[in-house]
Design a protein around this ligand. Sequence first.
Ligand SMILES: NC(=O)c1ccc[n+]([C@@H]2O[C@H](COP(=O)([O-])OP(=O)(O)OC[C@H]3O[C@@H](n4cnc5c(N)ncnc54)[C@H](OP(=O)(O)O)[C@@H]3O)[C@@H](O)[C@H]2O)c1
Length: 333
Amino acid sequence: MTEQKVRWGILATGGMAATFTADLVDMPDAEVVAVASRSAEPAKAFAERFGIARAYGDWESLAHDEEVDVVYVATPHSAHRAAAGLMLESGRNVLCEKPFTLNAREAEELVALARDGGRFLMEAMWMYCHPMVRRLKALVDDGAIGEVRHVQADFGLAGPFPASHRLRDPALGGGALLDLGVYPVSFTQLLLGEPSDITARAVLSEESVDLQTGALLSWESGALASVHCSIVGGTATSASITGSQGRIDIPYGFFFPERFVLHRDGRDAEEFTADPADGPRASLKHEAAEVMRALRAGETESSLVPLDGTLAVMRTLDTIRDRVGVRYPGETR
Ligand SMILES: NC(=O)c1ccc[n+]([C@@H]2O[C@H](COP(=O)([O-])OP(=O)(O)OC[C@H]3O[C@@H](n4cnc5c(N)ncnc54)[C@H](OP(=O)(O)O)[C@@H]3O)[C@@H](O)[C@H]2O)c1
């Protein structure tokens, strides 16, 4: 695979599948060769839209397509375990959308399948591959603001999301936390690792999914993080990292920043802006490039989005849901 194009299969034909595929077809070292849907018609329409050679009306055909190097799973979260599991069991490598699974138990099962079978597996946490987030993390790791004392991050959308929307449907893993809260939690854990304690409050819908959730995470180092997510209010979607010697403020879109400001104690503020060569701020190409780099290097895990980090995030999401009383139908943990 060193020289030739990486051959992608797309599993599901919804909004995110289309967004990611549009970026993939624009990458010279990628080729989208197959798409699978739960039924034939959407697969055919998706294949025609993006010029994809093979369209499958079932997942098994994609799982057994030996001419596919890696499958991108873009079903609702509730189906990530089944879809990614089927692909891994059949020998495919997998990039699986966020949240990785419904809960940590499912995540552990997928990670075990990948590690036991020697297959590549990565959560599509594109934030971790974003050049500006990597720059910010390098600054924090280099001690630019001293020791991290507090992280604030939020992500909320006003909607309105009707009761029929997947975000409101418990059977599809609905609610703000898994869909949106995964970003502030993953951002916080990128900087501080897994918290030692968690408190949380949420407002639940009639369907018993969380409409908005606030959580306070703490670490034995003395650091705290406040995270908030909502599907009933458009939040600033910003973040701020306070350290013992300064602060970094990231305005709207902290998980795909255009700019951020570093305030070092006793110095003028420094603004960091995105390099135009990195392309549009919301590009998913950095994530796709990381998958292809790892596959070409023969790696089964991404160093930017390590599976142990994904598992730690899933444990935090589980604990927050335990604190606020959200359980999905038939869920066992
Ligand atoms: N990385 C990001 O920025 C980002 C943004 C948005 C969403 N996401 C994630 O991407 C995933 C998909 O979100 P989306 O917005 O694309 O959702 P969506 O538009 O509803 O599409 C999901 C697709 O999955 C399939 N599907 C629907 N119900 C299913 C079920 N019960 N079981 C199995 N497959 C089912 C359908 O495709 P077929 O009819 O072809 O089977 C559907 O078109 C979610 O996990 C979400 O969190 C990520």
